[in-house]
Design a protein around this ligand. Structure first.
Ligand SMILES: Cc1cc2nc3c(=O)[nH]c(=O)nc-3n(C[C@H](O)[C@H](O)[C@H](O)COP(=O)(O)OP(=O)(O)OC[C@H]3O[C@@H](n4cnc5c(N)ncnc54)[C@H](O)[C@@H]3O)c2cc1C
Length: 354
C-alpha cells in the first residue's frame, strides 16, 4: 500500500531487527520513519556471532519471509544447515538430518556480511533516517528496544579456527541447565555459546564444561572473544496499538529455544501495517504470533521437566526419523492436542500472561 501526499513522521526507539522491519515497511508505504538508536551504529550490541533463523516455527520459508518483511534475503550472507550433531552427557554423539534446512545461519553485528548491517543498508537505500548515539525520546510511537527482563543467560566465545564447517548442539544440565549449548563453525569462524536459566544455582561453569568436553573429543578452542548476553521470558499478550511494543520489548520470542529474530520482525511488520491502516492483516499477524508464543511456552514447560536421560532419548528418537523438521513443526501447530496442552499449562510458568 502506498499513501500518496503524506510525509508522516514516525519515531521508532531501537534499531534492532524489529525496529528496522517496522521502518522499511513504513518507508516503502510513504511514511517517514526515523530510528533512534542509542549505540553509534546498528548491530553494535552483537559480536559477529552466529544465530539461526529457524525453519520450522512458521510455514513460510526464510527467503519468502524476508521478502514479505520488506528485505532481500539474497543480500544477507547465510548458511542453510541440513544436519547437526547432538551431544548429551549420557550417550555417544548422534546426527540429526533433514532434506530441508533446519536453520539458516546468519552473523549478527555491524560487519559487512552481518544480518543487522545488511538490514540497515536496505533501510538506508529506501531513505529511512537514523539518529545514532541518542536515547529515544518518550514520544516514540514504536518501542523496539529489546530485552526488558532477564530470565535466560547466554555466555559464549567467538573464535577463528581451521576446522571444517560443522554445527553441534549440546544438551543436559552440565552444558546448559534448562537450556542448550551450541558450537557453530562456518568458514573459519566459530561461535560456542551456552544459554541457560538461573545462574545463581549453577553448580559448575557450563561454558567451561562445554570447552572441556569439546577439547576431550578433539575440538580445541584456544583464543577467542568472550561474550555474555541475556534474554527475556515476559509474556504480554496485549493487542498491537500505539505506542507499539515490538520485538523482544513486546515479548515476541520463542520461549523454548529463544528464537526471536523472525518473531521480532513479524511484530515490526504488524505494527507498521496497523499504522498504515491495514488493521485486519496486522491483527492476523498478531494472532499467528500469539499462537506460536503460547505453544513455545508449552514446549518450554515440557522441556524443563525432562531429565538428562529423557532428553538424550528424545534426541535419539529425532535422529532416527526421516523428517525431524516436521516433528519440530508439529510442536508449533495450533491443533487440538497442543491447544489442550496450552490450556492445562498456561498458569504453570513463572511469568504469567498479562
Ligand atoms: C546470544 C544470543 C543468541 C541468540 N540466538 C538466536 C538465534 O539463534 N535465533 C533467533 O531467532 N534469535 C536468537 N536470539 C534472539 C534474537 O537475537 C532477538 O530476539 C532479536 O534480536 C530481538 O530483536 P529486537 O529488535 O527486539 O531487539 P534488539 O536486537 O535487542 O535491538 C534493540 C535495539 O534497541 C537499542 N536500544 C535499546 N534501548 C534504547 C533506547 N532507550 N533508545 C534507543 N535505542 C535503544 C539497542 O541498542 C538495540 O540496538 C539470540 C539472542 C542472544 C542475546
Amino acid at each position: 500500500m502506498v499513501i500518496s501526499g503524506l510525509s508522516k513522521s514516525i519515531q521508532i526507539a531501537g534499531g534492532g531487527v524489529a525496529g528496522l522491519t517496522a521502518a522499511i515497511q513504513l518507508k516503502k508505504a510513504g511514511f517517514n520513519p526515523i530510528i533512534f538508536e542509542k549505540e553509534q551504529k546498528v548491530g553494535a550490541g552483537r559480536h559477529g556471532d552466529y544465530e539461526g533463523l529457524d525453519n520450522w516455527i512458521f510455514s513460510r520459508n526464510v527467503p519468502a519471509f524476508f521478502k514479505e518483511s520488506g528485505f532481500h534475503f539474497s543480500n544477507i550472507t547465510s548458511y542453510p544447515i541440513y544436519r547437526f550433531n547432538v551431544h548429551t552427557q549420557l550417550d555417544k554423539p548422534i546426527i540429526v538430518q533433514n532434506n530441508q534446512p533446519f536453520f539458516y545461519m546468519v552473523k549478527r553485528g555491524s560487519g559487512p556480511n552481518d544480518l543487522d548491517y545488511q538490514l540497515y543498508r536496505q533501510c538506508i537505500e529506501v531513505g529511512v533516517r537514523f539518529e545514532f548515539g541518542k536515547k529515544a525520546p518518550e514520544t516514540c510511537q514504536i518501542i523496539a528496544t529489546g530485552t526488558r527482563k532477564a530470565a535466560a543467560f547466554i555466555r559464549g566465545i567467538n573464535f577463528k579456527t581451521n576446522l571444517k564447517n560443522q554445527v553441534h548442539l549440546l544438551l543436559g544440565s552440565q552444558f546448559a541447565p534448562k537450556g542448550y549449548a551450541y558450537l557453530i563453525i562456518i568458514d573459519g569462524q566459530g561461535t560456542l555459546a551456552t544459554a541457560f536459566k538461573n545462574p545463581k544455582n549453577l553448580e559448575s561453569n557450563p561454558l567451561q564444561n562445554c570447552l572441556e568436553y569439546f577439547s576431550e573429543i578433539g575440538i580445541k578452542i584456544r583464543h577467542g572473544i568472550w561474550f555474555g548476553s541475556r534474554g527475556s521470558f515476559s509474556l504480554p499478550f496485549g493487542s498491537i496499538r500505539s505506542p507499539y511494543q515490538i520485538g523482544e520489548a513486546g515479548g515476541f520470542q520463542d520461549y523454548l529455544f529463544g528464537f526471536g529474530i523472525r518473531m521480532s520482525m513479524m511484530s515490526g511488520r504488524a505494527a507498521a501495517l496497523s499504522i498504515l491502516g491495514n488493521k485486519k492483516e496486522s491483527e492476523m499477524i498478531l494472532k499467528e504470533l500469539n499462537r506460536k508464543r503460547r505453544l513455545s511456552f508449552v514446549n518450554r514447560i515440557i522441556y524443563e521437566q525432562l531429565s538428562d536421560k529423557r532428553m538424550a532419548g528424545l534426541a535419539k528418537k529425532l535422529s532416527e526419523k526421516s523428517n525431524p523438521l516436521s516433528i519440530l513443526a508439529d510442536a508449533y501447530t495450533w491443533n487440538f492436542k497442543n491447544i489442550l496442552r496450552w490450556i492445562n499449562m498456561r498458569y504453570r510458568y513463572e511469568v504469567r500472561p498479562t
